[in-house]
Design a protein around this ligand. Structure first.
Ligand SMILES: Nc1nc2c(ncn2[C@@H]2O[C@H](COP(=O)(O)OP(=O)(O)O)[C@@H](O)[C@H]2O)c(=O)[nH]1
Ligand SMILES: [Mg+2]
Length: 459
């Protein structure tokens, strides 16, 4: 969304609610001409109205009454965008909304681009980039965990943490710059020992955030759970039983599932992405082999491995196979759940705990027997992962923080090797740049483009 300066001066409008029949619908208008323009199509005067007031009246255009609406006024600077902002709440008919938009456009207001309201709010300093991105996440959050992550970021805790770190870096950088101004004279304003200690404090703030990304990202996208095992162990049946729909084809013919099938299953507000995979076996079938290779990849990238075995199988054999699988997919015991299936057929089956798995469960996927034990196991597993409060979930923030750390390590090395102030300042400025981009304290047009273009129109 490359906006020329003149475009940022325009007064813009857009529906803020989804187009479609509903009880009510909202159109937003923001910009210096908002009050003047809207007054021309509203039945009451507006210039005399106070900020944060609502007014019942008619929208009229070309001699026609379009709708009776409630018009809310938020005056510059006390609005979301920091500009004069009006919200027109009309009846929720797409025809009425079109007519109102049409009337606004004919009075010199233009349609907003995706994310333009939020971008204005950012440019007016109403929120930083982290908070702006969190608004987009909040709108798309469809489970409690993603909602909580977004709310945390909107409240600004993460931004405050970054700001504190950034300020320390700026202070030291300022002193280094001062030394550069006095180059030629042998002066040292910047206390290197103190900053070395400060760098360690910064690591302690940033490193846990960087580490929390894997978890935050998993939460946002759904924690990947790969269901894996030999053909016919009941993987597809289990997926269907958990999702309570016929998602995957179940058949007694081995090798039915060739491509992986997945869907989200929400347990107590935490999203899990269940992945049904092709059964592991030796086969000459080329396509099936591709599916099997994919099963290994899914298992490797998943957060949790659910290994499904027939209840009648020998536990020793199972452990041997499971160990091989864990080695091949680099999966740890803490992230492995062993499930013996078909206990309806083999009620006498041995019930040994496997030393290779966090939990050993016994179920009948087909009969839906004891499948809740898997639900409990997954939920409890997730609870043990939530040591990170306010986990990082945005890949842009993750990359910037990783780079900040990288440059800070260089600064640390430089300090220890007593390199000159100009070299220190170089790396420190790079670190500063990276951390500043997160909240948008410095921002390039490209970054703003890529962030705000992901918003919907009217946001
Ligand atoms: N009796 C019984 N049969 C099951 C159970 N789970 C799956 N099956 C049957 O085992 C066969 C293979 O199941 P499927 O889900 O396709 O296995 P997959 O190859 O691992 O995906 C099907 O005929 C299922 O009906 C179970 O808990 N009990
Ligand atoms: Mg299958």
């Amino acid at each position: 969304m490359r906006l020329a300066f003149s475009e940022t001066q325009d007064t813009i409008c857009a529906p803020a609610t989804a187009m479609g029949v509903s009880a009510l619908a909202i159109i937003r208008i923001s910009g210096s001409q908002a009050l003047t323009c809207v007054a021309q199509i509203f039945s009451k005067t507006l210039h005399d109205k106070a900020s944060h007031t609502s007014h019942l009246g008619w929208i009229r255009h070309q001699g026609k009454d379009i709708d009776q609406v409630v018009l809310s006024i938020y005056k510059n600077p006390h609005s979301f965008t920091g500009e004069d902002l009006i919200e027109i709440t009309s009846h929720g008919s797409p025809y009425i909304q079109e007519q109102i938009l049409h009337a606004l456009l004919s009075h010199g207001i233009r349609l907003a681009k995706a994310g333009e309201f939020t971008m204005r709010a950012f440019l007016a300093g109403k929120l930083d980039l982290v908070q702006a991105e969190a608004i987009a996440d909040l709108i798309h959050a469809d489970n409690a965990a993603a909602h909580e992550l977004a709310i945390g970021e909107i409240k600004g805790g993460f931004s405050k943490t970054l700001q504190k770190v950034r300020q320390n870096m700026i202070d030291f950088c300022g002193l280094l710059e001062l030394e550069l101004d006095f180059s030629g004279e042998d002066v040292a304003f910047a206390d290197r020992t103190a900053f070395l200690a400060e760098i360690n404090n910064i690591y302690q703030t940033i490193e846990p955030l960087v580490e929390s990304f894997a978890w935050g990202n998993a939460l946002k996208k759904g924690i990947a759970v790969a269901i894996i095992g030999k053909p016919n162990s009941g993987k597809s049946t289990l997926l269907n039983a958990l999702l309570q729909e016929e998602k995957a084809i179940v058949s007694p013919i081995a090798g039915t599932t060739r491509d992986s099938i997945e869907d989200v299953w929400i347990i107590e507000g935490i999203p899990f992405r269940l992945i049904d995979t092709a059964g592991l076996r030796k086969t000459q079938d080329e396509i099936e082999n591709l599916g099997i290779e994919k099963s290994y990849q899914k298992a490797e990238s998943a957060s949790v491995l659910v290994y499904l075995a027939d209840a009648q199988e020998n536990p020793v054999t199972i452990n041997t196979e499971l160990l091989a699988l864990q080695e091949k997919t680099k999966t740890k015991k803490e992230n492995t759940i062993l499930v013996y299936n078909k206990i309806d057929l083999f009620p006498e089956a041995q019930t040994q705990e496997s030393p290779l798995a966090l939990h050993t469960l016994h179920i009948s996927a087909k009969m839906g027997k004891n499948t809740h034990s898997l639900k409990d196991a997954l939920f409890n597993w997730a609870k043990t992962q939530t040591k990170h409060t306010g986990a990082l979930s945005n890949v842009r923030h993750y990359n910037a923080l990783t780079n900040t750390l990288k440059y800070l390590k260089e600064v640390e090395k430089g300090l220890k090797n007593q390199v000159s102030a100009d070299w220190l300042a170089l790396d420190l400025r790079m670190a500063l740049h990276e951390i500043s981009e997160i909240t948008g304290a410095v921002s390039s047009e490209d970054i703003l483009d890529s962030i705000f273009s992901k918003f919907c129109i009217g946001k």
